[in-house]
Structures are given as C-alpha cells and as structure tokens.
Design a protein around this ligand. Structure first.
Ligand code: IMP
Ligand code: MG
Length: 173
C-alpha cells in the first residue's frame, strides 16, 4: 500500500533557508577553510546543497553510523559503519546531519570527533525535532525545527525509500 505523505516544508522554502545558512556559515568562517563531514546517508542532499552556498574553500568527508534497532526509533547504541577517510586534526570541522531526534547519534559522534583534535568542531542540522530529545546535543546551526512527526524526503527515509523527494514531508503512519 502506498504511504500518504504530506508536504511539510516545500522545495522553495528549503532552498531559501539553505542560502541563508550558507551565507551565515561563510561569515562565521571568514578567512578559513570549512571541512564538511556529511553523515550518511540522510545528510547527503542537505550537505551538497549547503556546500554550494558557502563562499569559502570547502573540503568534504563522509561518515556512516547505524544505531541498532529498526522501525522509527533509535536504540542509542551507535556503530560506525564507515569512518572518515582523512584525519581532521587542525581542521575547522562542520558536521552536517539530516535530523536530530533523540540526540543519541550526535551525543556519541561529537565527543568522538572532538578527541581527534580538530581546530574547531561545530554541528549543522537540517532538522531538529526537540520534542523527542533524550540526550542533550549542542547544535550550532539548524535549518528548521519540526514537530514530532515521522519525516521523509530530502535525504530522510522510511524503510530506505523517499530519500529523493525534493521536499520535506510527513508520513501518515
Ligand atoms: P537520533 O535519534 O537523534 O540519534 O537520530 C538518529 C537517526 O534517526 C537520524 O540521523 C535519522 O537518520 C533517523 N531519524 C530520526 N528521526 C527521523 C525521521 O523523522 N525520519 C527519518 N529518519 C529519522
Ligand atoms: Mg542520520
């Protein structure tokens, strides 16, 4: 049966907000090089669009984590499925994530990256779902705050589907 998906944030709104964030990041990192770490797979659409709006030298690396558990909630046990290709020592690192839900993934990932001695370490998330937070996470840049509904599109999946939707939608579960 087809899932019913309602548009929550349109493609136009996303583009506008990404442009604003890119300009803000370009100001904040003026004179520096930004090393973007994309958290796969969900962060990939947001990372590439954001990178195009940053008017500074940008380099990329990719990391993939899985949190054990299935369905629509995360267990909090995080496993690194794919680690970074390069050292982040001395770099100005900006982690780019799709969504912060319970906060368990990032509360594991950020301290782990901090131990690798970057010059600076910040976090940029496309979506923040604060109602679901169980672990505190310091977020530096947020594109949108969303209510407690299950989100798909713009990188986010439901059973690996719908990542390619050009808008952010809510699934009627
Ligand atoms: P956490 O609960 O903050 O650790 O988030 C773990 C991961 O769960 C996120 O990076 C997403 O990949 C996924 N996730 C959380 N909420 C949603 C959602 O509403 N739709 C799709 N994936 C989600
Ligand atoms: Mg994710």
């Amino acid at each position: 049966m087809a899932d019913k998906i309602n548009v929550l944030i349109s493609e136009e709104e996303i583009n506008k907000r990404i442009k604003e964030l890119g300009e803000q990041i370009s100001r904040d990192y003026a004179g520096k090089e930004v090393h973007l770490i994309c958290v796969l797979k969900g962060g990939v659409f947001f990372t590439t669009e954001l990178a195009k709006r940053i008017s500074l030298p940008v380099t990329f690396d990719f990391m993939s984590c899985s949190s054990y558990g299935s369905g629509t909630s995360s267990s909090g046990i995080v496993k690194i499925v794919k680690d970074l290709d390069e050292s982040i020592e001395g770099k100005d690192v900006l982690v780019v994530e799709d969504i912060i839900d319970s906060g368990k993934t990032l509360s594991y990932l950020m301290p782990m990256l901090a131990q690798r001695k970057p010059a600076s370490l910040r976090l940029c998330t496309m979506l923040d779902k604060p109602d679901r937070r169980v672990v505190h996470v310091d977020v530096d840049y947020t594109a949108f705050t969303v209510p407690d509904v299950f989100i798909v599109g713009y990188g986010l999946d439901y059973d690996q589907k719908y990542r390619n939707l050009p808008y952010i939608g809510a699934v009627e579960l």
